[in-house]
Design a protein around this ligand. Structure first.
Ligand code: G6P
Ligand code: MG
Length: 220
């Protein structure tokens, strides 16, 4: 039977969480709003538009459509400036080992990211060719928690959603995986990722033997 793994990008494959936070904080502060790390937790995994809408609602601000586009662009300009510095050293601990063991077991894996910058980042990490499929924010209209990104990844992998395992660091991403009917593995804090089927502090703690005991990945 076909089985597969789907990886989120930001905060799972690559350490960009701090860069996303810095870029949004600059925008929020420019707009006269506060922006905390706890608030940033809510923005993980959701689309750029939804992030700005959320920041505006926290700050009780409204923008004209023209200004909304302006600040979206501004955020991406800040973010891309930070992303320029990224190279393979930003690949998170445990990623290489995990993809090596998936390669050894012939289990295909895809990327499922809400970011429209996913392609740029994967290229900087020299990881593009490793993934059997890449689905990102350019392929869908809705970010997470909508399950569309993961469902499209499963479709491209030619795999039933029930035989997919998702690695996610965000609340929205765990919800998306659950709604897609996939096994959700949260990487981060259990208090934050309480809806995940399993939670580990880091990908480094995810062993091959654990993965192979998951019913979704078992060869039947
Ligand atoms: C990822 C990040 C989010 C970000 C989203 C859109 O899911 O976790 O924090 O808002 O991608 O990213 P983009 O690069 O398209 O602005
Ligand atoms: Mg993420």
């Amino acid at each position: 039977k076909r089985r597969a793994v789907i990886f989120d990008l930001d905060g799972i494959i690559v350490d960009t969480t701090g860069l996303q936070f810095r870029a949004w904080k600059k925008v929020a502060n420019d707009l006269g709003c506060n922006f905390s790390e706890e608030q940033n937790e809510q923005l993980k995994g959701i689309s750029r538009e939804d992030c700005l809408k959320q920041i505006l609602s926290w700050g009780q601000l409204q923008l004209s459509p023209h200004n909304f586009q302006h600040w979206m662009q501004k955020k991406n300009d800040y973010y891309l400036k930070y992303v320029e510095e990224i190279n393979a050293s930003a690949i998170l601990p445990g990623v290489q080992e995990l993809i090596n063991s998936l390669d050894r077991k012939n289990i295909p894996y895809a990327l499922g990211s809400a970011s429209r910058n996913a392609g740029t980042i994967l290229r900087k990490l020299n990881l593009v060719s490793k993934f059997s499929a890449v689905v990102d924010g350019n392929d869908v209209n809705e970010g997470k928690p909508d399950p569309g990104i993961f469902l499209l990844a499963a479709q491209k992998l030619n795999c039933s959603p029930l035989s997919c395992v998702v690695f996610e660091d965000s609340i929205a991403g765990i919800k998306a995986a659950n709604r897609a009917g996939m096994i959700s593995i949260g990487i981060g804090k259990r208090e934050i990722l309480s809806e995940a089927d399993y939670v580990f502090k880091s990908l480094q703690e995810v062993t091959e033997s654990f993965l192979l005991t998951l019913p979704a990945l078992k060869v039947q």
